[in-house]
Ligand binder design. Structure first.
Ligand code: FAD
Length: 447
């Protein structure tokens, strides 16, 4: 660490201690290590100071002090950015992990900036509601929503960004604003897909939906059926009801490689059993545990599949559909997949595809698939897993849309250039207007 950064840190801590209790400002390296363990063990960066913010005023004081001391900062919500974007090496972490309150207000929820997917679903469940969230309980709700927000209710309620009603944001100069369709409308537009690139989002108001309970589970097929099940998936989803979402993927199990589907029906339960029967009929399942479940319970199913502390390398490609040729390459990639890796595919359909491209910054609005290429390993250099991630991406490139989902891109990924399509110049204009000095670096933006 350079001496000017060292001086900056002393200035920062001194400034902050005149506003915040000392237990919220952590600069002891051992305490920091315990506080900000990265989800991905590949992330080596370590901050110089972690500020355990408890209020919006704490966040304002932290942002202002970091600016005065000329220190880089990052924002930590759920801590699940695989590339470690929430841990700025040698800088300040605006830690929101104790700001997790969720207040239910009719069919809306006010969600503080550090709440997780679980926090939101657990709060909404007693009221019979669910929110547009992802599939893993510990992921940050704000990080997920600002980056798009793919989840199993997508066909009925759209992406996470489509459900955002307003946001409270601490800007680079420390001011706090509310962004909604009538106040700071350009900021509100950019937040919905442009990630945490514009400020610290201390709260999001989101719509809730009466789907606390769904019919869901896993139906898996032996690998010899993979091609026919994938072709069947394509035909089934082409005319499926919006209430049916069928994620799928490939993973190794003790019984060998399987093609799994994760159907979710968010509608009348009796009708759901019929709808799910069509998924079951895609082949001869080796596993089928579909049942009525609380959505709040289902998001724990994958927690153990992606535990914190493993080494990860993630890739993704966004495909406009599943052609026969794409199926062949998907199957080939799965057959080359190291034992600890996974292919997981989100399907954007229904409500998510009826939002005009320019309505939010998130630009992918036609029916599409997001293939997550998840390289994971417990020990060693991960060369085989990492190469497989790269090779799978190259293999799917001929079928992929330009750009892709910025949420899973590395900071210097050249595909970021095309990740916002026709929304690019508007997004960059909002960045220039709200954060001209680049204080906030979340999702990669086009250069
Ligand atoms: C295991 C796993 C499962 C996932 N499943 C899904 C899924 O089903 N659907 C889906 O859409 N995505 C999913 N994702 C991707 C996820 O949405 C992104 O990784 C997201 O950035 C994680 O947010 P976080 O708050 O947990 O992470 P963090 O590492 O805390 O933050 C990620 C980025 O967002 C910024 N950020 C976070 N909170 C705020 C805030 N309040 N204000 C401003 N900036 C903020 C941070 O600065 C950082 O740059 C998954 C990721 C993982 C690792």
């Amino acid at each position: 660490m350079s001496s000017s950064v060292g001086t900056g840190i002393e200035t920062f801590v001194a400034l902050l201690l005149s506003h915040l209790p000392s237990d919220r400002v952590v600069s002891d390296p051992a305490a920091i290590t315990g506080l900000v363990r990265p989800w991905n063990a590949q992330v080596r960066s370590r901050p110089a100071v972690v500020v355990r913010c408890q209020t919006t005023a704490d966040v304002q004081a932290t942002v202002r002090a970091a600016q005065s001391a000329n220190l880089p900062l990052s924002v930590r919500g759920g801590g699940h950015d695989w590339a470690g974007g929430s841990i700025r090496d040698g800088g300040v972490v605006v830690d929101l992990t104790t700001m997790r309150e969720v207040v239910i207000d009719g069919d809306e929820a006010l969600v503080r900036g550090g709440a997780t997917v679980s926090d939101v679903l657990d709060a909404a469940r007693p009221h019979g509601f669910a929110a547009a969230v992802g599939t893993v309980s510990t992921v940050g709700f704000a990080g997920l929503t600002l980056g798009g927000g793919y989840g199993t209710l997508i066909g009925l309620v759209g992406l996470g960004v489509d459900n955002m009603l307003s946001a409270e944001v601490v800007l680079a100069d420390g001011r706090v604003v509310t962004a909604d369709p009538h106040h700071e409308p350009e900021l509100f537009w950019a937040l919905r897909g442009g990630g945490g690139n514009f400020g610290v989002v201390t709260a999001i108001r989101t719509r809730l939906h009466p789907h606390a309970t769904v019919v869901t589970g896993t139906i898996a097929f032996g690998w010899d059926q993979a091609r026919s099940v994938l072709r069947g998936w394509r035909d089934l989803t082409a005319s499926a009801d919006d209430a049916l979402d069928v994620m799928f993927g490939a993973m190794h199990t003790p019984a060998g490689l399987v093609l799994f589907t994760a159907p979710t029906w968010a509608g009348d339960p009796e009708q759901g059993l019929q709808q799910i029967a069509a998924v079951r009929a895609l082949g001869d399942p080796v596993l089928d545990d579909v049942d009525r479940r609380a959505l709040a319970d289902t998001v724990h199913a994958l927690d153990e599949a992606f535990p914190a502390g493993l080494h990860y390398r993630l890739g993704s490609r966004t495909l406009p559909g599943l052609t026969d040729a794409a199926i062949e390459d998907f199957v080939g990639a799965a057959e080359a997949m190291p034992a600890t890796c996974v292919l997981n595919v989100h399907h954007a359909h229904g409500a998510a595809t009826r939002v005009p491209v320019t309505e939010t910054a998130y630009p992918y609005r036609d029916d599409h698939l997001v293939v997550e290429i998840i390289g994971a390993w417990a020990e060693g250099d991960g060369v085989a897993e990492s190469s497989w991630v790269d090779d799978t991406g190259y293999r799917l490139d001929p079928y992929a849309l330009p750009g892709g989902w910025a949420n899973l891109m590395e900071p210097d990924d050249p595909r970021a250039r095309d990740a916002y399509g026709e929304n690019t110049s508007r997004l960059l204009a909002v960045k220039e207007s709200y954060d001209p000095d680049g204080v906030f670096t979340a999702l990669p933006l086009p250069k």
